[in-house]
Design a protein around this ligand. Structure first.
Ligand code: PEP
Ligand code: MN
Length: 338
C-alpha cells in the first residue's frame, strides 16, 4: 500500500502515520517528493485494512497495490485447481461438467423424473433447491429437509452426485448430510459468516457471483472460504444486474477468461438464471464453453409449465437432451469427451 500525504502535511503528521503503520506490525518507508510525501507500506502478506490510517491528519489517500485476495489468485498458486467430487473432476483440462435439475425440489416424483431425464441425457450432477432464497415471502420457499431427502434419493437412484443451496449456518448440518456439494447462492455471496463456516468444512462449494459483485468482490468472497482451509471451491457466473430488463440478468461471459487468468479455481456458468429465458439457455451454454467455462449449470424440469419456481427458464427433458447432444459435439471440437 502507498499512503499519499497532503501537500501541506507536517513532519509530525508523517511520523504519526509511520507509528500507526508500525503498530500494525508493518514497515513504513517515507518517500519524500518535490511536492508531497508518500509512505510505502512493506511487510504485508496481502491486502492491508487502511481504516486506522486513512482518516489520520495529513493523509490524502491510501492506494492499494495488493489485491484483497491472495490464496485464490494465480500469482500465489500458478497451477489450476481441480475440484474432485467422487469420480467427477471439475477444472482445467477436464471434460466440462454439466449440472442439471429443477430450480426447486417439489416432490419425490418430480425429482426422480428430473434425475432420470438428466442422467439419461448425460449430465454429471443433479441439482435442486430445498432452501430457496425467494425475492418475496409469498413465493414457494422450498421443502427444507424433506426436500433434501428427496434430492439424495433421486441422485442415488440414478447414481449421480447432488448439489443444493445452503442459506444459513444452521442449515449446514442437514445440507452436508444429504448433499455432495454446497451451493452458496448469489444473494449470499457476501454472507461472510457462512463463507467462513463452509471454509472450515471439507465439502466442495459452488460459489455463485453476487448479482452486483465485481470480479474483485467475487474472488475476495472465494478467498474467505479458502482462507479457512477449504480449497474445494468452484466459481459460478450467473449474470449480473444491469440496466437491461429484456433478460433476467446480463450474462457477463467475459469474466470466464478473465477469472481463468486471475485465479486457479474452476469457473462454470449458469445460463438459466443469467438469461431467465429458456430459448436463450442452449446457445448461452455453448457460448460459455467456448469462452472457456469448466462447465454449466442448467435448470431442467419434467414439466416447466407446472414448475413452482423459475419455469420460464427451465428446459424440459427433450430440450435438455438436444442441448446435451450439441454440447457433446462442441466438447469434442474443444478436445473433450463429454
Ligand atoms: C439457484 O441456482 O437456485 C439460484 C437461486 O441461483 P442464484 O443464487 O444465482 O440466483
Ligand atoms: Mn432457479
Amino acid at each position: 500500500m502507498l499512503i499519499v500525504m497532503e501537500l501541506n502535511a507536517t513532519a509530525k503528521q508523517v511520523r504519526r502515520v509511520q507509528e500507526v503503520v508500525e503498530d500494525m506490525g508493518l514497515q513504513a518507508a517515507p518517500i519524500p517528493g518535490s511536492e508531497r510525501t508518500a509512505i510505502g507500506v512493506l511487510g504485508n502478506q496481502g491486502y492491508v485494512d487502511d481504516t486506522a490510517i486513512r482518516n489520520l491528519p495529513g493523509v490524502r489517500e491510501c492506494i492499494h497495490v495488493s489485491k484483497p485476495f491472495k490464496l485464490v489468485s494465480r500469482d500465489f498458486h500458478p497451477g489450476s485447481t481441480i475440484v474432485e467430487i467422487g469420480d467427477l473432476r471439475i477444472g482445467e483440462g477436464m471434460a466440462p461438467v454439466v449440472i442439471a435439475g429443477p430450480c426447486s425440489i417439489e416432490s419425490i416424483d418430480q425429482m426422480t423424473a428430473a434425475a432420470r431425464t438428466v442422467k439419461k441425457a448425460g449430465a454429471s450432477m443433479l441439482r435442486g433447491g430445498a432452501f430457496k432464497p425467494r425475492t418475496g415471502p409469498h413465493s414457494f420457499q422450498g421443502l427444507g429437509e424433506k426436500g433434501l431427502k428427496m434430492l439424495r434419493q433421486a441422485g442415488d437412484q440414478v447414481g449421480m452426485p447432488v448439489i443444493t443451496e445452503v442459506m444459513r449456518i444452521e442449515q449446514l448440518d442437514a445440507v452436508c448430510r444429504y448433499s455432495d456439494v454446497l451451493q452458496i447462492g448469489a444473494r449470499n455471496m457476501q454472507n461472510f459468516d457462512l463463507l467462513k463456516e463452509v471454509g472450515r468444512l471439507d465439502t466442495p462449494v459452488l460459489l455463485k457471483r453476487g448479482m452486483s459483485a465485481t470480479v474483485e468482490e467475487f474472488l475476495a468472497a472465494a478467498e474467505y472460504i479458502v482462507a479457512e482451509g477449504n480449497e474445494r471451491v468452484v466459481l459460478c457466473e450467473r449474470g449480473i444486474r444491469t440496466f437491461e430488463r429484456a433478460t433476467r440478468n446480463t450474462l457477463d461471459l467475459s469474466v470466464v477468461p478473465l477469472i481463468r487468468e486471475m485465479s486457479h479455481l474452476p469457473i462454470i456458468v449458469d445460463p438459466s438464471h443469467a438469461t431467465g429465458l429458456r430459448s436463450l439457455v442452449p446457445v448461452m451454454s455453448k457460448a460459455a464453453l467456448v469462452a472457456g467455462a469448466h462447465g454449466v449449470m442448467v435448470e431442467v424440469h419434467p414439466d416447466p409449465a407446472k414448475a413452482l419456481c423459475d419455469g420460464a427458464q427451465s428446459l424440459d427433458g427433450p430440450a435438455f437432451e438436444s442441448l446435451m447432444n450439441e454440447l457433446r459435439g462442441l466438447a469434442a471440437y474443444l478436445g473433450h469427451d463429454l
